[in-house]
Design a protein around this ligand. Structure first.
Ligand code: NAI
Ligand code: MG
Length: 367
């Protein structure tokens, strides 16, 4: 049977960018003998409108069964006043939680044609290809005890707890080492072992996984604050960075901006290996539903298209086809094709969402 792909376009520009991904999936089926069993479902506000919930049990079950899930974006101002349990983002959070997607992959890749778009100097970012692996399901965002309490002296105290178990650290470390073997074979682990107990355990357990399971990969450790400086100073020194939930949240957002527009950034969230050996996986652009441009054909579909490229590489073992798709994107950017978000003050005329899709398909045709 063909590998299965569940597509959840969601809200706002989600369906617009996903329509371009559908055309690209069809291209691979027609031209590369790479067919998927694609099914489509609702998530976020779209699901709330139809079913009164941001994710139905049926769609949740389909996501558990699929070889990979590809999501557009959720949310929008029309849903801002909904009650907490039915808010659009609860659909996304439920997917991540029930699929137990503990490794969040955030690449920061700089296409040469966009190097001048970065806030950093061209030399620093041109050709950059960095992957941050952020632990996503534990750490200080989830640790107990938590809460706002009386401090018994007439004031209040806000408490969160950073807590990591051996196994939580080891499994995300394994994800990072696996990735490194397919890339530059280098991992830098970031924590604050100088001031945090969880940081000491983090460093020891990452080292343990390295020594016992991945001695061939080059491992280094860095304090996360120093890492933040190094990411901005000379990001090309890194290949894979692995870090906890909180540090990863900050470092991945900072690294993302090395490369320009939100409309360019893909992501993947991976869980434990399934029966077929591949990880449970959800792929999605980093951007949201962009209500300010939704419905106008202005959205850049590249973030979502590159998310599909990540699915080809990490869920379907088609690294060569992922390369083909990324090269096509690189080519259209080199040719000067730009959606509105990629244009400065230089008077270039933007293409529409489907115009960008057309250009990428044409580049795929040319090979
Ligand atoms: P956003 O990412 O939707 O938009 C931020 C800015 O970037 C906007 O000016 C938008 O037009 C632009 N932008 C984003 N993606 C673009 C693309 N592909 N092409 C061109 N321009 C693009 O973030 P914002 O405005 O904070 O949130 C809007 C809604 O999206 C909210 O309801 C929020 O909760 C939701 N959201 C959903 C996420 C998800 O589904 N994973 C992530 C972030 C926000
Ligand atoms: Mg963030």
């Amino acid at each position: 049977p063909n590998p299965s792909l569940l597509i959840l376009p969601g809200d706002g520009i989600g369906p617009e960018v996903m329509a371009e991904v559908r055309r690209i999936i069809d291209w691979f089926g027609a031209n590369r003998d790479l067919a998927f069993d694609v099914s489509e479902g609702l998530v976020g506000g779209a699901s709330y409108d139809a079913h009164g919930t941001p994710l139905t049990d049926e769609t949740m079950a389909e996501a558990q069964e699929a070889d990979a899930v590809l999501l557009g974006a959720v949310g929008g101002p029309q849903y801002d006043d909904l009650d907490f349990p039915v808010k659009p983002e609860r659909g996304l959070l439920r997917l991540r939680k029930e699929m137990d997607l503990y490794a969040n992959l955030r690449p920061a890749q700089c296409f040469d044609a966009l190097a001048d778009f970065s806030s950093l100097k061209r030399d620093v970012v041109a050709g950059l290809d960095l992957m941050i692996v952020r632990e996503l399901t534990s750490g200080i965002y989830f640790g107990e005890p938590r809460g706002i309490m009386d401090d018994n002296e007439g004031g209040r105290v806000g408490i969160n707890t950073q807590r990591y178990t051996t196994e939580e650290i080891r499994r995300v470390a394994r994800s990072a080492f696996e990735l490194a073997r397919r890339r530059g074979n280098k991992v830098c682990s970031m924590e604050k072992a100088n001031v945090m107990e969880s940081g000491i355990l983090w460093r020891e357990e990452v080292q343990w996984v390295h020594d016992n399971e991945y001695p061939d990969v080059d491992l280094s450790h860095m304090y996360a604050d120093a890492g933040a400086m190094q990411i901005v100073r000379w990001p090309k020194q890194f290949d894979v960075i692995v870090t906890d939930n909180l540090f990863g949240d900050l470092l991945s957002d900072a690294a993302a901006m090395l490369t320009g527009s939100l409309g360019m950034l893909p992501s993947a969230s991976l869980g434990a290996p399934m029966a077929n050996g591949r990880p449970k996986a959800l792929y999605e652009p980093v951007h949201g539903s962009a209500p300010d441009i939704a419905g106008q054909g202005k959205a850049n579909p590249i973030a979502c298209i590159l998310s599909f490229a990540m699915a080809l590489r990490y869920s379907f073992d088609k690294g060569d086809e992922a390369d083909r798709l990324e090269k096509a994107v690189e080519q259209v950017l080199a040719d000067g094709v730009r959606t509105g978000d990629l244009i400065g003050e230089d008077g270039t005329k933007p293409v529409s969402t489907s115009g960008m899709g057309d250009a990428i398909l044409a580049a795929l045709d040319k090979g």
